[in-house]
Write a protein that binds this ligand. Structure first.
Ligand SMILES: C/C(=C\C(=O)O)CCOP(=O)(O)O
Length: 132
């Protein structure tokens, strides 16, 4: 699947999908990698090593630095996929050197969570090992 390259690099991991935007500042604990926003669809789940897909970022611009802190702590997502990138997540992915793409075709939404996917941030492409 071809989308838009946002942050370079290649990352593989299990797909973790949120239907809701994510605020990294106060929404994700940089010390554990766990989503801690109360009521969020991913509350209690770890973003570490996952290919994290969500519509776009929300909340404070400090979220970029939380993404960087996750990387420094070895708890960053393997890659990020957004429906439409905005500056908070894009800057975070770039400074943390996390591969990131956005604007994938609609078929992406048919991939079940847990599918192992590879994000090629250089080419703006996503491929998967399994399709239901
Ligand atoms: C840079 C900021 C705070 C700090 O240094 O801790 C302000 C961030 O502003 P937002 O409106 O939350 O993006």
């Amino acid at each position: 699947m071809h989308g838009r390259s946002i942050s370079r690099g290649i990352g593989t991991g299990e797909l973790l999908v949120s239907s809701e935007p994510i605020s990294f500042l106060s929404g994700v604990d940089p010390e554990t990698g766990i989503v801690v926003e109360h009521g969020h669809p991913l509350e209690g789940q770890s973003v570490a090593g996952r290919v994290l897909a969500f519509p776009y970022g929300k909340g404070s611009t400090v979220g970029s630095y939380v993404i960087y802190a996750l990387k420094q702590n070895g708890l960053a997502p393997a890659a990020i996929i957004n429906a439409e990138a905005e500056p908070i997540i894009a800057v975070g992915a770039i400074i943390a050197e996390i591969p990131m793409v956005d604007r994938l075709p609609g078929e992406f939404s048919r991939l079940p969570p847990g599918t192992t996917v590879t994000v090629n941030g250089d080419a703006g492409e996503v491929s998967c090992d399994e399709v239901s």
